[in-house]
Ligand binder design. Structure first.
Ligand SMILES: Nc1ncnc2c1ncn2[C@@H]1O[C@H](COP(=O)(O)OP(=O)(O)OP(=O)(O)O)[C@@H](O)[C@H]1O
Ligand SMILES: [Mg+2]
Length: 364
């Protein structure tokens, strides 16, 4: 897994940059507000994911531009590929080796990337959809089919909700049949995949948290889903049973779109009871577990994107990020405001890029 080159035009504050990267460590160095995270975000989009900052496409385009373009040469799953992404206010378009993938699911998961960002904290503190998306994203990297089911489910749910909202069904609830069939088929698949991988992730998160806190804390991820272990038939039966209610409430009131992950630290629900330091350790453990799971299952070293590793305040986080960095065999991108001493020490093999007001220069 490797990003060899990247060209960005009119992407946030990056007006025009053209870069070749090291296969090992790439340090993005510069004061606040210069474009370091923007570059990490661009790399992440190349892999087919949404912005890890939750940005809308329109926000990614330079304020003075109409479209942004990212062009990259990557090595993904042993194959050299040319990836091109055009961002317009109305949406994104990918080209992989000059051709539009049939579905985004044909591209997502080929180039494996894992991010570490200060925003990860929302994994513990934030709304259920943040945890759901994290979990799904981890699963995409391990099982590309999962993305297809999530996409089909989301599309059917959106249309069903739009029709319910407009009161289109009236008494003829049979019109819901086609949507319910899709929701049941995909919903049951999504549910089964989530349940399976939550169990695996839970063990790994516990191991990482225990290491991070010197054995003081234990973590558990548990399934929090109203759907339970429903197979396709049971799923459909519940949807049909709730139809009348859905028509009244004008939305789809039940399903895997309400799934959550219950994260506990030493038997307490982290979202409500964990201290700030505990939340930080827990989120880091979740991300380290993600990296570990990908390594074990895919037998590849993911590309790591580490944002903001200077923060003096967060010594534990940094210590573990550096441990990760030192043992990692693949490519790494690190954004920081000062060159960390540990990085400058012996054994550093990589490239430093100075980031200054949207201009990025390789230090020779
Ligand atoms: N669509 C856009 N058009 C133009 N500029 C943008 C756009 N989106 C963000 N910016 C600007 O890009 C600048 C750099 O942002 P970025 O988040 O990459 O900074 P950074 O180098 O990571 O800083 P920090 O060290 O504070 O995290 C910000 O000043 C921001 O206002
Ligand atoms: Mg930043």
């Amino acid at each position: 897994m490797l990003v060899r080159t990247l060209r960005a035009e009119k992407f946030r504050n990056l007006q025009r940059v053209s870069l070749s990267f090291s296969a090992r460590v790439n340090v993005l160095l510069g004061p606040n507000g210069q474009g370091k995270t923007n570059l990490l975000e661009a790399l992440y989009l190349i892999a087919g994911f949404r912005s890890f900052r939750g940005a809308k496409t329109r926000e990614l385009i330079a304020q003075d531009g109409e479209a942004a373009r990212l062009v990259a040469e990557v090595e993904a799953d042993g194959v050299e590929r040319a990836v091109e992404l055009t961002l317009r206010p109305k949406g994104k378009a990918y080209l992989v080796d000059g051709k539009a993938p049939g579905s985004l699911a044909d591209w997502v998961g080929r180039l494996v990337m894992v991010t570490f960002s200060p925003d990860d904290l929302f994994l513990v503190k934030g709304e259920p959809d943040i945890r759901r998306r994290w979990l799904d994203r981890v699963i995409f990297l391990l099982d590309p089919e999962h993305l297809r089911f999530v996409m089909q489910y989301t599309k059917a749910l959106k249309t069903r909700n739009a029709l319910l909202k407009d009161g289109m069904f009236g008494r003829d609830m049979l019109l819901l049949d086609a949507f319910d069939a899709t929701l049941a088929k995909c919903g049951a698949k999504v549910r089964a995949a989530r349940a399976r991988w939550i169990a695996e992730l839970s063990l790994l998160v516990d191991r990482e948290l225990s290491a991070l806190t010197g054995g003081v804390h234990h973590a558990k991820l548990a399934d929090d889903s109203e759907v339970g272990a429903a197979d396709e038939a049971a799923y459909l039966a519940t949807l049909v049973q709730r139809r009348e209610d859905d028509v009244k409430r004008r939305l789809t009131s039940w399903g895997v779109h309400h799934d959550d992950l219950e994260v506990t630290i030493s038997e307490r629900v982290a979202r409500r009871f964990a201290s700030q330091g505990e939340q930080r350790a827990l989120t880091l453990a979740m991300k380290l577990a993600e990296t570990e799971l990908v390594r074990e299952r895919r037998k590849v070293a993911p590309v790591l994107l580490l944002d903001d590793v200077t923060g003096e305040l967060d010594a534990v986080r940094n210590q573990f990020l550096f441990r990760e960095l030192e043992r990692h065999e693949g490519q790494v991108f690190v954004a920081c405001t000062e060159l960390p001493a540990r990085l400058a020490e012996a054994g550093f093999s990589g490239t430093i890029f100075d980031v200054d007001a949207g201009e990025i220069r390789e230090r020779k």
